[in-house]
Design a protein around this ligand. Structure first.
Ligand code: ASP
Ligand code: MG
Length: 431
């Protein structure tokens, strides 16, 4: 049985019109599909606010709750022409909102991450309920299967880890039999469940990952992510004037790009697909017939053009042993254990005889304590507000255009990748 997994993100279901577009895409081709859907529009952010404000700002809570309910009812009113169906789904959705309100009241506040997953996951529960009901009503028969039943995870709430064997078992037990009987199964992105069926989430923007997990377990023919862009571009068009569409990219390149900070796709998505050599298509839901980009097993990216990744708000620490001794292995090991203690994700590093430089995204909540720990044995100087630019498949023109007349604090080049840490406002170092 050939199975296709398709993921529709928040922007592709953010209005009645968008949902009707999903319907059009599904009608383009008849095939066995598992469709993974995110929360509608900005619902997840709003639910995060609801959780955060619940404890100390009930007025805001009520306002945000009512707004979210109104948003979904508005979509239902625009979507359903049939009065009876509209009344029925309105009743169901109001019931789910009521359930959410009751849940937030009974879960103890002490367990923030648990509460977060229980509440924030409602975005997907609501969106899939509406879309599944709508498609059934217009004759696209489908079953809504709750993802907490199939995507099994540990109880690391807010960033749950997948239990692969349990998930595989559940996919075979619950999802495959449905697909044998019917062409379409709908499920939630982002949401999983523990052994005890308690709700977990896979981390923000995790729906891509959900689709990849299911693709892996189903040995899908392909996975498609429907987006509001026509595929992957070689740079963020907000930063680079002329961008080029990528036609195809090897898995390894996609992993490299997400390592350097490209926000193309949720970073955990590639591995489950690569392991089974399942191609990943990134396509525009506005122009579904366009080819888009495919990430697959291949030799090199096509076309080969410089690919730019910009990271702002970087800080560069220059760390020197107080006695001006060499920056030896044992001294580096001390520095790294301090960085690890503060959960610093290093984006670039470089060392010389007596100093070690390290660059990472600045977080003002962490910096003072980090500096205090380092300053016990080291002299530390730092520059803030820097920009790290990574150029994969660089050319001299690409480098020249990127650097402009900014001062370069660190330059690193390998055969394929060039990285520049730029002081874009020419700020002075602090110590
Ligand atoms: N709805 C979730 C989020 O916005 C998951 C996703 O969209 O991928 O983070
Ligand atoms: Mg989203």
């Amino acid at each position: 049985m050939d199975i296709f997994v398709e993921k529709f993100g928040g922007a592709s279901v953010n209005s009645a019109k968008a949902i009707k577009n999903v319907e059009k895409i599904l009608l383009l081709e008849r095939k066995k599909r598992v469709v993974v859907i995110s929360a509608m529009g900005k619902t997840t952010n709003k639910l995060e606010n609801i959780v955060n404000k619940w404890f100390n700002d009930r007025v805001f809570f009520v306002k945000q709750y009512e707004e979210l309910l109104g948003y979904h009812i508005g979509i239902i009113n625009d979507l359903f022409e049939n009065t009876k169906a509209r009344e029925e789904i309105t009743h169901i959705i109001k019931g789910i909102f009521e359930e959410l309100k009751q849940k937030i009241q009974i879960i103890p506040s002490s367990d923030y991450n648990f509460l977060y997953d229980s509440i924030v996951s409602y975005g997907e529960k609501i969106s899939t309920t509406i879309v599944s009901y709508y498609l059934n009503q217009i004759g696209i028969d489908n079953t809504l299967l709750f993802s907490y039943q199939i995507i099994k995870t540990d109880n690391n709430y807010r960033d749950a880890n997948v239990m692969w064997q349990d998930t595989q078992n559940m996919v075979e037990e619950k999802l495959l039999p449905l697909l044998e009987k019917q062409d379409l199964v709908i499920t939630q992105g982002f949401v999983g469940g523990t052994k005890e069926n308690l709700t977990t989430t896979l981390g923000r923007e995790g729906s891509d990952y959900s689709a990849a997990i299911l693709s892996h377990c189903l040995q899908a023919k392909s996975m498609t992510v429907w987006k509001d862009v026509s595929g992957l571009l070689n740079a963020d068009p907000k930063r680079v004037e002329k961008t080029v569409q990528i036609v195809s990219m090897p898995y390894t390149e996609a992993v490299e790009l997400s390592y350097y900070g490209a926000s193309i796709i949720h970073p955990k998505t590639i591995k489950p697909l690569e392991n089974k050599k399942i191609p990943l298509y990134i396509k525009s839901f506005l122009n579904p017939k366009e080819k888009g980009t495919v990430i697959c097993q291949s030799e090199s990216v096509k076309p080969i053009v410089p690919n730019y990744i910009f990271k702002d708000n970087q800080i560069l620490l220059s760390i020197m042993p107080k006695d001006l001794s060499f920056a030896t292995e044992s001294c580096l090991s001390e520095i790294f254990s301090i960085l690890a203690k503060h959960k610093i994700k290093v984006s670039l590093m470089q060392n010389s005889a007596i100093s070690f430089s390290v660059c990472f995204e600045e977080n003002r909540n962490i910096l003072p304590q980090l500096l205090k720990d380092l300053e016990q044995d080291f002299i530390v100087r730092y520059n803030e507000g820097l920009q790290l630019v990574t150029i994969r498949h660089y050319t001299s023109d690409a480098i020249h255009d990127t650097i402009g007349n900014h001062s370069v604090l660190i330059e690193q080049k390998s055969r394929i990748t060039a990285q520049y840490l730029l002081n874009i406002d020419d700020k002075l170092a602090k110590s």
